[in-house]
Design a protein around this ligand. Structure first.
Ligand code: C5P
Length: 223
C-alpha cells in the first residue's frame, strides 16, 4: 500500500480552464485539459490527504476519494477556492484562470452586426495573490506558462503572489502542458532559485510537487 504521508492534510486543488461568458451561448476560454490538476488531486488523495478539487469544464473522471466542485467562471472559481481554502494546509492552483471577463455579460444572445465588433473586458481577480495576501500557515503552489524569460517571470510571480513555489512550463514543448500526458517543469522560488525536472508523466510531476510541498508543511501537520 502507498505511504499515507499526507494523512490529515487538507489540500485544495484548482484545475482546468475558466469560461467567461459574453452572452448565454458564447464564452472566452482556453484549451486547459485539467490533467495536471486532476493528477495532483489523485496523488494527494492516494497519500491520504483530504482533497477538494475545484474544476472548470473538463472531460475527466473525478479521482476516487476526492471532493469535486464544478465551476465555470473565474469569479465562481474564486468563491469556491477561497471557501475551501479557509482551513486548508496546501493550495495548488493549476487552473488556467482567464485574465479578463466581459465587462457586460449580455442576458440575451447577441445578433450579428457590422464587420467588426469590440468587446470590453475587465480584469479578473488574482486568486493565488489573494490567498498569498492572507497566507497564514498555508503552503501555496502555482503554475505558470511562459514563452520567454521563464525563470525570471515565474520568480517574479512567486514574489508578487506570495507563493512558496511556482512550477513553470512551456506551452510550445511537444507532448507536454496543454492536453498532454507529460509535463516538463522547472520549480521556481521567489528568490529565483530553481530546479529543472526531467520530462515526467503528470502523475510523477504531481508526486514530486507533493514531496516538495510536504516538506514545507508546518511540522505539526505531519507527525
Ligand atoms: O496567469 P498567471 O501566469 O499569473 O498564473 C500563475 C498562477 O496564478 C497559476 O497558478 C494560476 O492558477 C494563478 N492565477 C490565479 N488567478 C488569476 C490568474 C492566475 O489564481 N486570475
Amino acid at each position: 500500500a502507498q505511504e499515507q504521508d499526507l494523512a490529515g492534510v487538507k489540500v485544495v486543488v484548482s484545475a482546468g480552464p475558466t469560461r467567461e461568458y459574453l452572452d448565454p451561448v458564447r464564452f472566452v476560454s482556453n484549451p486547459s485539459s485539467g490533467k495536471m490538476g486532476f493528477a495532483v488531486a489523485q496523488a494527494a488523495a492516494g497519500r491520504g490527504a483530504d482533497v477538494t478539487l475545484v474544476s472548470g469544464p473538463v472531460h475527466l473522471a473525478t479521482p476516487a476519494g476526492v471532493r469535486r466542485v464544478d465551476i465555470e467562471s473565474a469569479l465562481d472559481l474564486r468563491d469556491a477556492v477561497l471557501q475551501a481554502a479557509q482551513d486548508a494546509d496546501l493550495v495548488v492552483m493549476t487552473a488556467a484562470v482567464a485574465d479578463y471577463r466581459a465587462a457586460d455579460v449580455k442576458t440575451e444572445k447577441e445578433a450579428k452586426g457590422g464587420e467588426t465588433k469590440t468587446i470590453e473586458l475587465v480584469k479578473n481577480p488574482d486568486i493565488l495573490a489573494e490567498l498569498g495576501a492572507d497566507k497564514g500557515k498555508r503552503v501555496l503552489v502555482g503554475f505558470a506558462m511562459e514563452t520567454h524569460a521563464g525563470v525570471e517571470r515565474a520568480a517574479d510571480k512567486a514574489r508578487r503572489k506570495n507563493a512558496d513555489f511556482i512550477l513553470l512550463n512551456y506551452p510550445t514543448q511537444e507532448g507536454t502542458a496543454f492536453g498532454g500526458d507529460d509535463n516538463q517543469v522547472t520549480l521556481v522560488r521567489a528568490d529565483g532559485t530553481h530546479e529543472a525536472w526531467p520530462r515526467l508523466s503528470k502523475r510523477e510531476v504531481a508526486e514530486r510537487l507533493l514531496d516538495r510541498a510536504g516538506q514545507l508543511l508546518p511540522a505539526a501537520r505531519l507527525d
